[in-house]
Design a protein around this ligand. Structure first.
Ligand SMILES: Nc1ncnc2c1ncn2[C@@H]1O[C@H](COP(=O)(O)OP(=O)(O)O)[C@@H](O)[C@H]1O
Ligand SMILES: [Mg+2]
Length: 281
């Protein structure tokens, strides 16, 4: 019986391969927060769509290994990744031709858990960066997992010339305390902060028009001053976001006139302006 040979690739060559491929993007933006459940994945997927609406080519990496959720926000959870003849992973073609790479699109079923220890997850991200057929593109948007652990560290260390990070917060002190950790993490890794987005800012009742601050009244202006980052915008709480999610409809494409969509699109304009006209990459 012949022994199957396992081919190990040294970390250095994997690192070079990853850096080489990722350097073909003009701009690389990390969407991070430190905190879970604040809307990173919603915002990453909508930013990617909004940027694509401006005619830019966009790739979107779902880097949340344990809680991969980008495919659901884009309505592509039934798609799967395939490999090309060279054995590279092909991104999935999402709406508006966004190229999506997500762990959940590699699993036999979306509810399969990934039970890996930290170092393995960091290695998996590097492997993914090296083995995807990214091609060339204008933007790579990365939906970061919560926390500042293995994945965040790997991305910060491996991804070449990151344009900057966008922080997502919500209007209460608890969230901002944790987002502050992400701000300090980015600064310690030499990653520029492009701005902060206050999500779930307020809720405007569709029946009586009254505004309620469901997630709190803490103003992100204080945070933006303290960390010297622009407040890019405020996105309201809107139940139609989750209705769209349930229907598999990418929110801003189906709800153009909603206040939340308008807020997202205004943020997109600011981000494009920031990275294309004022950043020195
Ligand atoms: N502005 C918003 N209004 C209503 N629901 C929202 C809003 N932003 C995000 N959500 C919902 O909150 C939940 C968590 O959002 P998600 O993007 O998955 O957070 P994270 O990636 O930070 O963990 C999702 O169900 C999402 O649809
Ligand atoms: Mg998420």
């Amino acid at each position: 019986m012949s022994e199957k040979k396992i081919r190990f690739q040294p970390i250095d060559s994997l690192l070079n391969e990853a850096r080489n491929k990722l350097s073909r993007f003009k701009y690389k933006i990390l969407v991070m927060s430190g905190k879970g459940g604040v809307g990173k994945s919603f915002i990453s997927s909508m930013l990617a769509l909004g940027i694509a609406m401006h005619g830019r080519s966009v790739s979107l990496l779902d880097a949340d290994v344990y809680g991969s959720s980008i495919p659901i926000f884009l309505g592509i959870q039934n798609y799967r990744h395939y490999a090309n003849e060279e054995g590279e992973i092909l991104p999935v073609d999402g709406p508006l031709n966004i190229k999506v790479v997500a762990f959940n699109l590699m699993l036999s079923s979306p509810d399969t858990p990934i039970a890996w220890r930290g170092p393995l997850v960091g290695k998996a991200i590097m492997e993914l960066a090296a083995k995807v057929a990214w091609g060339e593109g204008d933007y790579l948007v990365v939906d970061m997992p919560p926390g500042t652990g293995d994945v965040a560290l790997t991305i910060a260390q491996v991804f070449p010339s990151i344009t900057g990070a966008i922080l997502v917060t919500s209007p209460n002190a608890l969230t901002e305390t944790i987002v502050a950790k992400a701000a300090n993490f980015a600064a310690s890794m030499g990653i520029k902060l492009l701005g902060v987005i206050e999500n779930m800012s307020y809720f405007k009742c569709p029946h009586c028009g009254k505004t309620t601050n469901i997630m709190g009244k803490w103003s992100s202006e204080y945070f933006s001053k303290k960390y010297k980052v622009d407040l890019l915008g405020r996105i309201p709480l809107d139940p139609t976001i989750n209705e769209a999610l349930d229907k598999g409809e990418p929110y801003i494409l189906y709800n153009r006139e909603a206040e939340a969509s308008k807020a997202v699109l205004e943020i997109v304009d600011k981000v494009i302006n920031l990275v294309e006209h004022t950043s020195n990459q």
